[in-house]
Design a protein around this ligand. Structure first.
Ligand code: SF4
Ligand code: SF4
Length: 148
């Protein structure tokens, strides 16, 4: 298959198979950061508090049961993308939804499952703290950026 025929360049999110959809995730874990929403403006702010279930390889420790352990854990569906404008601008789902290509460090382009981590593109290269290390009423003190 020619590179330009790669599925993420030729298929929409709704046309992808389950395995294609799953492989699109780059494993950055930015969606595993706790976020706070301003109730008045609807603005979403990312904190540097990362879900307690993220491991040192930037993998979810409880992947199979994540929605039971963490009810707020995102469960991305193609039809949700319009409403998920808070997803990071590097998120592969957002990129494809916006008609953009994947970055050259994405595992689908490198062929290496850990290339996001190895290239320093995951949250583990940020000064993150497990979310259970900080009381919830102090999370606001750990905001790092506003979702765009
Ligand atoms: S932000 Fe997007 S690409 Fe990164 S881990 Fe979450 S779903 Fe996957
Ligand atoms: S349960 Fe797993 S996938 Fe969900 S936010 Fe936590 S680490 Fe991320």
């Amino acid at each position: 298959m020619k590179d330009q025929d790669a599925f993420w360049r030729t298929k929409s999110l709704t046309e992808m198979s389950k395995s294609e959809w799953e492989s699109l995730c780059d494993g950055c874990a930015k969606c595993c950061l706790q976020k706070l929403e301003d109730e008045d403006t609807g603005e979403v702010f990312y904190t540097r508090l990362v879900c307690r279930y993220l491991d040192a390889q930037c993998r979810c420790k409880v992947y199979e049961t994540r929605h039971e352990k963490v009810p707020a854990c995102i469960w991305l569906q193609p039809e949700d993308l319009d409403a998920l404008s808070w997803l990071p601008d590097t998120c592969a789902y957002r990129l494809v939804h916006e008609g953009k290509d994947l970055p050259n460090w994405h595992p689908l382009r490198t062929g290496k499952p850990l290339s996001t981590l190895k290239k320093g593109k995951s949250v583990l290269h940020w000064p993150v703290i497990p979310d259970d290390a900080v009381p919830e009423d102090e999370w606001e003190d750990h905001i790092i950026f506003k979702a765009e």
